[in-house]
Design a protein around this ligand. Structure first.
Ligand code: MN
Length: 195
């Protein structure tokens, strides 16, 4: 029996348009993420990893098992928490203050985040995380990596794999990343920061 299920999108597949098209969601969520789920379920069957959470697998597994678990964890956060079909909103209170302290301003943070996403060679994810002291950091994580592997608390991520944007933006990765700000769910990001 499959242990992990494909996460259910908390919005309609066209709800993120025009930033992310229904077609992209169909492939990205329905095909790519489903494949990671199928691969992980096949890989853990009959192993001690059958009884572990996604986070535990990401912290302890290697090779294909790590890659598929990492991709599921990352996409569950990206689709399920960080993106939302809503009017552009802004980070609130403690998070806004931490962003100003770390980057100077929200605009400067967004520019730096997009720069890191655009500059990540190949496939991966750009992340905003908090360290134990609550200091904010931007990291580029290759392939399926997640900042929990570095002891950080992930607050926001943009997927920079080509499958996340190629149908809608072709080679224009920076344009896609800039457009994503319109659907970032800052309420969730602030809640995860939790200070
Ligand atoms: Mn992806």
């Amino acid at each position: 029996m499959a242990k992990f299920d494909l996460m259910t999108l908390p919005y309609a597949p066209e709800a993120l348009e025009p930033v992310i098209s229904r077609e992209t969601i169909g492939f990205h969520h329905g095909k790519h993420l489903q494949a990671y789920v199928n691969n992980l379920n096949a890989a853990i069957e009959g192993t001690p990893f059958e009884n572990k959470t996604l986070e535990e697998i990401v912290m302890t597994a290697e090779g294909g098992m790590l890659n598929n678990a990492g991709q599921i964890l990352n996409h569950n956060l990206y689709f399920g928490q960080f993106m939302a079909p809503k009017e552009e909103n802004k980070p609130a209170s403690a998070l806004a203050k931490a962003i100003d302290e770390a980057f100077g301003s929200l605009e400067a943070f967004q520019e730096e985040f997009v720069k890191n996403g655009a500059g990540l060679f190949g496939s991966g994810w750009v992340w905003l995380s908090a360290d134990e002291a609550g200091k904010l950091v931007i990291t580029q994580e290759p392939n399926a990596a997640n900042p929990i592997q570095k002891g950080l608390t992930p607050l926001l991520t943009f997927d920079v794999w080509e499958h996340a944007y190629y149908l809608d933006y072709q080679n224009r990765r920076p344009d896609h990343l800039k457009a994503l700000w319109a659907i970032v769910n800052w309420e969730v990001v602030a809640e995860r920061y939790g200070r």
